[in-house]
Design a protein around this ligand. Structure first.
Ligand code: SAM
Length: 348
């Protein structure tokens, strides 16, 4: 079987494409041996495009108030134990000021859904772009209409992260309440692309009810949608949610998928996520070595950070931003990669 899997990996490296059945087979045969082969190829491909650089993004968690009720998420509206906050425009600008001084040239505004109107978001984006014309602004604020996204884009937003969560509609419906729509999420992703955003889709690894077939469909979706970025991390249970007792996804499978995604799309911007760093101590470093090339340290105010608890035991909730960046620089240097202060745009 190892010959067959090696053949599939070579085919993926050559053509950047496999069928859903082939992806599923590749996932079924994950072993230390196949993971090592994949990681080596993925790292070689990322070095051809991005060298040994690691891009950093300053993550500003603007609010944990959310109108949605995703069954896996700690900031879902039904979670009465969640202590809610919403940063003001001034607080967001202060976070950016601190981040700029630390060398960040991309700011990511992420938060719960429906709390920031498109007008308010556009206003903040305009101010950020005025103060920091050399920086990219990424938004990750959920679903809006096409016109609302257009308003944010016109204000200067460069990128948008909206994980598709799962490419299988039936699986989507088991992770979300009936009022949420798989088709609308997909519509949003298409609109964002046609409006000229650099777009990031993504999914959780090991989410409840997920099968290898589901993950194979996710990979096929990444191939076909061809995003500029892809955010994947293990599902981690949060105790106050309906999925609080479900098992977490694994670092091994997440890292394996990172390598596959790098081979699907050699120039993709691929973060080693906070969730990966949470599930295992050296998760982010292992992700970078296996094909990822982005890390998103937290710039949110320390006073609010613990409240953005999507899942339990999230890392670095108490670290000063400066300290976190320095630590990251050192840990990346130790494994042979260099944290750089570039905007880190997608290379066409
Ligand atoms: N509201 C925006 C949205 O839905 O795109 C952005 C914020 S949302 C909390 C960001 C991402 O967190 C989601 O896309 C989801 O994949 C991830 N997430 C939520 N709960 C999680 C959990 N328990 N474990 C791992 N990731 C989780």
């Amino acid at each position: 079987m190892i010959e067959k899997i090696t053949e599939l990996i070579e085919k993926l490296e050559r053509t950047h494409s496999l069928s859903v059945e082939e992806y599923e087979l590749l996932l079924e045969h994950r072993s230390d041996e196949t993971a090592a082969i994949l990681a080596e190829k993925a790292d070689a491909v990322r070095r051809e495009v991005y060298g040994n650089t690691v891009f950093i993004r300053g993550l500003i968690e603007v609010s944990n108030i959310c109108r949605n009720d995703c069954l896996y998420c700690g900031i879902r509206r039904s979670n009465k134990s969640c202590d809610r906050y919403r940063l003001t425009k001034e607080q967001i600008l202060e976070c950016a000021e601190e981040g700029y001084a630390l060398g960040f040239r991309t700011f990511v505004l992420q938060g719960g859904e429906g709390i920031f109107s498109a007008e308010h978001t556009a206003d903040i984006v305009r101010e950020l772009k005025k103060r920091y014309p050399d920086c990219a602004v990424t938004l990750s604020l959920g679903e809006y209409s096409r016109d609302e996204y257009a308003m944010m884009r016109e204000a200067g937003a460069d990128r948008y992260l909206l994980r598709h969560e799962t490419a299988d509609k039936a699986h989507y419906d088991r992770l979300h309440p009936a009022e949420m729509s798989f088709d609308n999420r997909m519509r949003c992703l298409r609109d964002l692309h046609t409006l000229g955003f650099q777009v990031g889709c993504g999914f959780m690894v090991g989410s409840p009810f997920q099968t290898l077939r589901n993950l194979a469909l996710d990979l096929r979706f990444v191939e076909e949608f061809s995003p500029e970025m892809c955010g994947i991390g293990p599902f981690i249970p949060q105790k106050d949610t309906p999925f609080g007792n479900y098992p977490a996804g694994t670092a091994d499978m997440t890292i394996y998928l990172l390598s596959i995604i790098r081979l699907i799309k050699p120039n993709i911007l691929l973060p080693a996520t906070t969730a990966l760093g949470t599930i295992t101590k050296d998760g982010r470093e292992r992700g970078i070595k296996a094909g990822a090339n982005v890390v998103m340290p937290n710039l949110s105010p320390l006073s609010e950070r613990k409240k953005y608890a999507l899942y339990d035991n999230k890392i670095a909730t108490g670290d000063e931003s400066a300290q976190a960046v320095e630590h990251l620089r050192q840990s990346m240097a130790k494994i042979g990669y260099e944290v750089v202060t570039a905007r880190g745009d997608f290379v066409r």
